[in-house]
Design a binder for this molecule. Structure first.
Ligand code: SAM
Length: 261
C-alpha cells in the first residue's frame, strides 16, 4: 500500500477515508490482513503510525509517497538501533548494523539521531509516544555523557567541514569514528568511515587513508548494497590514495597553492 504524501495530508478527511477503504479492500487477502494488523485505529491512522517516507520520482514533491511495509512496521524505534534500512526502487531492505544476539529485539530508528535525548524525545512525541528505548532510559549521568559526545561530534564535523586548522588534524576523522562507535551509532558508520578516510587523504596519510577507506567500503556496502556510489568511490581511494583528488591538500605548507578545500 502506497499513497502520495500530498493527498494523504491534503485530502478532505471524509473523501480520504472512503478512498482508503476502497484501496485497502482491493489488496490481496494476505496483504490486506497484514495491513490491518498494524497499529492504528483506522486506515489513515495506520498509515500515519507505520508508513515510511519514500521518493519514487526523485526528491520532488509529487515523488513523495508514504509506503507501508507491514512486516517492517513491527519494528519498534530505538535511539541506538541494531538495524539499518534503505528503500530503493520501492524495495525495502533491512540489514544488521552490528552483531545481534539470538532473542534480542530488532529495532530501527524513526528519526534523525544526532540529537540530545531531550530533542529526540520531543520529536518522537509527535509520533505519539514517549521513547522508552535503552538509550533514553539510561541514568542522567550516562545521558549527559552521551549528549556531550554528540556535541563533540558536531564540533569535530564542523571543524573538518570548514577546515578549522586549530581543531582539525589528520586524526580528527578517526576520533569521530571512535565517538560514533562509543555512541553505538552503527547505522551511520559508512559515512563516518568515509569522512575519516578522506580526511587522512587530505592530510597525506597514505596508510590510514587506505585503512579507513577499506573500512568505509565494508560499512557502505553493508548499508547501501554492493553497487553504492560511495563504496565505489572509497574503493578508488583505497587503491591509490596518492592519486586521489584530495591527496595532501591539507598538509602543512599546501595552503596558497590553489589547494584550499
Ligand atoms: C510502527 S509501530 C511499531 C510496532 C508496534 N509496537 C507493533 O506492535 O506493531 C509504532 C508504535 O510502536 C510504539 N513504539 C515504537 N517504538 C517505541 C519506543 N521506543 N518506546 C515506546 N513505544 C514505542 C509506539 O506506540 C508507536 O506509535
Amino acid at each position: 500500500m502506497m499513497v502520495q504524501t500530498a493527498l494523504h495530508v491534503g485530502l478532505e478527511p471524509r473523501t480520504r477515508d472512503v478512498l482508503y477503504d476502497l484501496a485497502v479492500n482491493k489488496l490481496p487477502t494476505k496483504g490486506r490482513e497484514l495491513f490491518m494488523r498494524q497499529m492504528g485505529k483506522d486506515v489513515y491512522d495506520k498509515i500515519e503510525t507505520n508508513c515510511f517516507q519514500m521518493y519514487i520520482d526523485g526528491a520532488n514533491d509529487s515523488g513523495s509517497h508514504l509506503g507501508c511495509y507491514p512486516e517492517i512496521s513491527r519494528f519498534n524505534h530505538d535511539c541506538r538501533p541494531n538495524i539499518h534500512y534503505r528503500i530503493s526502487n520501492m524495495t525495502h531492505t533491512t540489514v544488521a548494523a552490528r552483531d545481534i544476539e539470538p532473542g534480542q529485539e530488532l529495532s530501527i530508528s524513526y528519526i534523525e539521531l544526532m540529537l540530545s535525548r531531550e530533542e529526540r524525545r520531543s520529536r518522537l512525541r509527535k509520533w505519539g509516544f514517549e521513547c522508552t528505548c535503552s538509550h533514553c532510559s539510561m541514568s542522567d549521568e550516562e545521558v549527559a555523557a552521551s549528549d556531550a559526545r554528540l556535541k563533540k561530534i558536531e564540533e569535530l564535523e564542523m571543524a573538518i567541514e570548514n577546515f578549522n586548522e586549530t581543531v582539525a588534524t589528520a586524526e580528527t576523522g578517526a576520533e569521530l569514528v571512535d565517538l560514533y562507535e562509543k555512541e553505538r551509532l552503527d547505522i551511520y558508520l559508512g559515512q563516518v568511515y568515509t569522512r575519516a578516510a578522506l580526511n587522512f587523504a587530505l592530510f597525506g596519510e597514505e596508510k590510514k587513508a587506505r585503512e579507513y577507506a577499506l573500512a568505509a567500503v565494508e560499512a557502505v556496502e553493508r548499508e547501501s548494497g554492493p553497487n553504492a556510489a560511495d563504496a565505489k568511490a572509497m574503493r578508488i581511494l583505497a587503491e591509490n590514495p596518492r592519486a586521489h583528488w584530495t591527496w595532501g591538500k591539507r598538509r602543512r605548507g599546501s595552503a596558497g597553492k590553489g589547494n584550499k578545500s
